[in-house]
Design a protein. Structure first.
Length: 127
């Protein structure tokens, strides 16, 4: 029996996080959903995940701040952290990757988008 992969989805918009959760479940992933950066960091301190999908625009703590804390504060440098954003300009992508994100999911997302990100995580091909 194979163990399912574990994903942490962080988004203050329940509709957005539910959509990602449904897509991940279709791909066989177990998902934990939280709605703030503080909750995400607490969850990452408590257990391990194979993937984090992180909204960029949240109250109190932006996705970029959470990603920096994941990388620098928690030392999780190899954990795939995917930015979940409506901003798709090429310079945004470069900035996100420079700030420690492993990849981007651009809203609105499709099942194929999530499947592709998961395939990249599994194969180790995220930057």
């Amino acid at each position: 029996m194979t163990l399912s992969r574990q994903a942490l989805v962080v988004d203050d918009n329940r509709l957005n996080s539910r959509l990602v959760e449904i897509f991940l479940a279709r791909l066989g992933w177990q998902t934990v959903v939280v709605d703030s950066g503080a909750q995400a960091l607490a969850m990452l301190r408590a257990r391990s995940f194979d993937l984090v999908i992180l909204d960029l625009r949240m109250p109190q703590m932006s996705g970029e701040q959470v990603c920096r804390e994941i990388r620098d504060g928690l030392g999780l440098t190899s954990l795939p952290v995917v930015a979940y954003t409506a901003h798709s300009m090429p310079e945004e992508r470069g900035r996100m990757l420079a700030n420690g994100f492993s990849g981007l999911l651009i809203k609105p997302i499709s099942f194929a988008d999530v499947r592709n990100i998961c395939a990249e995580v599994i194969s180790g091909h995220l930057p």
